[in-house]
Design a protein around this ligand. Structure first.
Ligand SMILES: Cc1ncc(COP(=O)(O)O)c(C=O)c1O
Length: 447
């Protein structure tokens, strides 16, 4: 007789979820946090608290968390230095009728770190900051069309790409409808395939004189192909287009000056959010003076963009990232993580490997396409069963540099890989899945 497998008690999480279903369409605000994107019945749904790289859920289960709040947590949850700076700011007042000197200090810091930054504006979220950058590009060029590659948020200018024949199917999860996006925007946002300079040039030629911006994620987990970003830069110059790097998700882990520091290719504008403030809402658009100075004449204005809590959090976060030499730490952590994943793969015979740059890798299963959703589900399910929140894509934070967290993760991953290898070998993946299939997550064009 086989012993039934351990299953965590998620009673309270599931009760709260039922209440949420009646009140909150979709139950969460960020699609990636929806319980249907994890292993429902195995993964935690409602958090009680978090510290370092550990989350405790409302049922009292503790998990090693590798999602880092879907990117924003870079130093670890409840980081003492960042939180002390935030609390000190709260004690002085979070926002005023006038501005605070710290807004200038943060601008000075960003200009020192980011090669192409000469002027700075702030926002609160990544999608909002991308929208600001696109508005700036349209404002300075007097043109309307935008070429895009990657994910840039939920706003109309971006989802307009899904109104016409040029679909975002390769950028977003399939089947997304641009519901509520004005049909008049059709043809204003045109996606291009990352890595394909010919297609980009075709689009620029076909829409010559009409394109305001090329906005792209310069990388995700893989370094850009040799010469690619320089090719994009050259095309942007040739066609008089503003080049925008969206570093909302790739920013701060690989280099503090952005992908431009690593590749030497500088955009006109760069968008940062998420990890720049270790979990407090904050975003920035930085760029060349010639592109940024005209912003003073554009109507780009919002009350909370002068909030000092996000600025205090950013100053403290970036200060800590510099002090600990975060890119070197993530590089070292990534090498240790990869060694453990590869060892677990070899020990279990599971067809899986860790790919991408050490500081921001992914776990990739080399299985036929018809198995990939099942394998992804089993991986999340079995990891959660062993107290680890981990899927193929994840974000390091500095608190992962912890032997116990790495040991526990390696143990969980070995157990998960064994189950997957067994399911593949005996062709019985379906029998091993005890939850709904994890909904397809963003299909990333940029690896
Ligand atoms: C590259 C990129 N741009 C923009 C966004 C949108 O940021 P936010 O969710 O803060 O609006 C994201 C979020 O994942 C992102 O990864």
């Amino acid at each position: 007789m086989t012993t039934p497998k351990r299953r965590l008690d998620l009673t309270r999480s599931l009760e709260i979820l039922e209440r949420a279903k009646k009140l909150i369409p979709g139950t969460t605000q960020l699609i990636s946090r929806r319980p249907t994107r994890a292993a429902l019945g195995f993964s935690p749904i409602y958090a009680q608290s978090a510290r370092g790289c550990r989350i405790t859920d409302v049922d009292g289960n503790e998990f090693i968390d590798w999602f880092s709040a879907v990117g924003p947590i870079i130093l670890g949850y409840a980081h003492p230095v960042v939180d002390a700076a935030v609390k000190a700011q709260i004690d002085r007042g979070s926002i005023y009728s006038i501005v605070h000197e710290s807004s200038v200090e943060l601008a000075e810091l960003l200009v020192r770190l980011v090669p192409s930054a000469e002027m700075v504006r702030y926002a609160k979220g990544g999608g909002e900051a991308c929208t600001m950058a696109v508005r700036i590009a349209r404002g300075v060029t007097g043109r309307d069309k935008v070429l895009l590659s990657g994910y840039h948020g939920w706003h109309d200018w971006y989802l307009a790409a899904n109104l016409g024949a040029e679909r975002l199917a390769d950028h977003l999860f399939n089947g997304i409808d641009p519901i509520g996006v004005p049909k008049g925007l059709e043809g204003t946002a045109l996606p291009f395939e990352y890595g394909d300079l010919n297609r980009l040039e075709d689009l620029l030629r076909a829409h010559d004189g009409e394109v305001a911006a090329i906005i792209m994620e310069p990388m995700r987990t893989e370094l850009p192909p040799e010469g690619y970003l320089q090719g994009v830069r050259d095309l942007a110059d040739r066609y008089g287009v503003v080049l925008i790097f969206d570093e909302v998700s790739c920013g701060w882990r690989i280099a503090l000056g952005g992908v431009q520091e690593v590749t030497g290719v500088t955009p006109d504008l760069t968008v940062f959010a998420k990890a720049m403030s270790n979990g407090y809402p904050m975003a920035a658009v930085v760029g060349r003076r010639s592109v940024m100075q005209p912003v003073e004449r554009m109507f780009i204005s919002s009350a909370y963009w002068d909030d000092n809590v996000g600025i205090a959090a950013s100053l403290a976060t970036i200060g800590e990232l510099e002090r600990i030499d975060a890119p070197a730490l993530f590089e070292r952590l990534g090498a240790a993580f990869r060694a453990r994943i590869d060892a677990a793969a070899a020990a279990t015979g599971c067809p899986v490997r860790c790919i991408g740059v050490a500081a921001h890798p992914r776990i990739q299963f080399d299985v036929p396409a018809e198995h990939s959703a099942k394998v992804a589900t089993l991986f999340v399910q079995e990891n959660a069963r062993h107290g680890v929140i981990l899927a193929g894509g994840f974000f390091f934070n500095a608190a992962h540099d912890d032997a116990d967290a790495l040991d526990r993760t390696e143990g969980a991953v070995r157990a998960s890989f064994s189950v997957i290898a067994d399911g593949l070998q005996r062709d019985c993946l379906d029998d091993l899945i005890e939850c709904e299939l994890v909904e397809e997550s963003f299909r990333r064009l940029v690896r």
